[in-house]
Ligand binder design. Structure first.
Ligand code: ZN
Length: 135
């Protein structure tokens, strides 16, 4: 698959409801995270979902707050991600935000629905994932 022109796995739509291309959406952050950090918590959350789809553990680690980041990240090779729905994105204070989302995937033939409210902080101009509550 040619990722640059394909629709972004996160499913973000632009004007007129067209799906955004990976290169114009999460690809900007996944492939250039050192120079182009995600500009807000929702964009970071979407790009982290896309990183799970593309099995980019390096990006997941880079966007995880050092205080909660796991020492090692094992991505399940068998998971097939089916879609992301962002329910809510709200500021919870200066440099803090919450994003509520539902992500669906298939693992060993079972459909899994992950409903989480994630917390993010912005430090030195970069949004970072802190932790989340499974709902
Ligand atoms: Zn995207």
């Amino acid at each position: 698959m040619t990722l640059t022109t394909d629709a972004c796995p996160c499913g973000r739509t632009g004007r007129r409801g067209a799906l955004q291309a990976y290169a114009d959406c999460c690809g900007r952050y996944l492939d250039h995270w050192d120079s182009t950090p995600a500009p807000d918590a929702e964009s970071l959350m979407r790009s982290r979902y896309t990183a799970f789809v593309l099995r980019r553990a390096d990006y997941l680690q880079a966007t995880w707050h050092p205080g909660t980041r796991p020492a090692q990240l094992e991505l399940d090779a068998g998971a097939r991600w089916l879609g992301l729905e962002v329910r809510q994105h709200r500021s919870t204070g200066p440099g803090q935000a919450e994003v509520e989302f539902v992500a669906r995937y298939r693992l060993a033939g079972r459909a899994v629905r992950l409903h989480e409210r994630s917390r993010f902080v912005c430090e030195a101009g970069r949004w970072l994932y802190v932790d989340g509550d499974i709902r």
